[in-house]
Design a protein around this ligand. Structure first.
Ligand code: MN
Ligand code: MN
Length: 309
């Protein structure tokens, strides 16, 4: 029988890549034949973490059904964020911390969802529950994911459980969380060498909101001005992606990881929904979103409400 494949979402972030690795290792210890794979290459932040903890990036797959009948999803559940042929395979399990939407299966499955800041915080608890020791490198990768998803514990998605798991993982990985964390986050903010499309795709997800199709991309930076300088070029690329992929709105969220604020750049027919969602006026297609850093907690919910009105 072929391996069960474990993977995170498309355009993988650090949590998507490393939760596949950490959950695969746990399942291997429990006797399952599983392999961690990914739906894309690691971004620069994730590359930094993988190099620091001497771990190879998972193999990238384009589809699943050609090589397996069974998959496990981590750090996502929405089918349009998953592998393209997700409907042709059996989802055995999901471990995730996102809203549940557009998800259904023909068979019973293991589903673990918790409203914590990071999938690896849930996986940390699963290691505890199963009494499996976490190796040093995997602990470092899990810690990296918690730092990434919670922006060093500053995101409103961060819970006490994330902080607690990170503390234990930092001990196991033998790293200074603040120092390592800022270096890792900064490694992910080198944007100047990226094309507009690369920048838009770095961390982008599609969401059906109301009867519209919305694309939300996010980039982390320590210099918002450096991204805004390229607004004309970015808007052209966003408009092209909208018409090519049928998005009614492309929202790019440019997040300053030092001040924990964001600037939103909106392009598309439904950009008035951004104004409604954040009770703001777009100026030159942009709006300052004070204290907004989390797509899942501070952007998707108010946009969902605006689109459902
Ligand atoms: Mn993720
Ligand atoms: Mn995550």
């Amino acid at each position: 029988m072929s391996n069960i494949l474990i993977f995170g979402h498309q355009n993988p972030d650090t949590d998507a890549i490393t939760s596949a690795i950490s959950y695969a290792y746990l399942n291997q210890k429990l006797g399952l034949e599983v392999e961690a794979v990914a739906l894309g290459a690691p971004n620069e932040e994730t590359e930094y973490a993988l190099a620091h903890f001497e771990t190879d990036a998972p193999r990238v797959i384009k589809n699943a059904a050609a090589e397996t009948q069974e998959v496990i999803l981590v750090d996502h559940n929405e089918f349009q964020q998953s592998v393209s042929d997700i409907r042709d395979v059996t989802v055995l399990a999901v471990v995730d911390h996102h809203r549940i939407a557009n998800f259904e299966t023909a068979d019973p499955l293991y589903y673990r969802a918790e409203p914590v800041g990071c999938t690896n915080t849930i996986i940390y608890k699963l290691y505890q529950e199963k009494g499996i020791e976490i190796p040093k490198k995997i602990a470092g990768l899990m810690l990296s994911a918690i730092i990434s998803d919670t922006l060093l514990f500053k995101s409103p998605t961060c819970t006490d459980e994330d902080v607690k798991a990170a503390k234990e993982l930092a001990k196991l990985a033998d790293v200074d969380t603040e120092k390592y964390g800022l270096e890792m986050l900064k490694a992910g903010t080198k944007l100047s060498n990226k094309t507009a499309d690369e920048l838009l795709d770095t961390d982008a997800k599609s969401f059906p909101l109301g009867d519209k199709n919305v694309r939300i991309g996010q980039v982390n930076t320590v210099d918002v001005g450096e991204v805004i300088e390229r607004q004309t070029e970015l808007e052209a690329a966003m408009a092209e992606q909208n018409s090519k992929n049928g998005y009614d709105l492309f929202l790019l969220v440019i997040t300053n990881i030092l001040s924990s604020d964001s600037v939103a750049l909106a392009v598309g027919d439904s950009k008035d929904k951004v104004e409604a969602a954040f009770n703001t006026k777009l100026e030159n297609n942009t709006a300052f979103l004070k204290g907004v850093v989390s797509r899942k907690k501070q952007i998707v919910p108010p946009l969902t409400e605006a689109f459902n009105k």
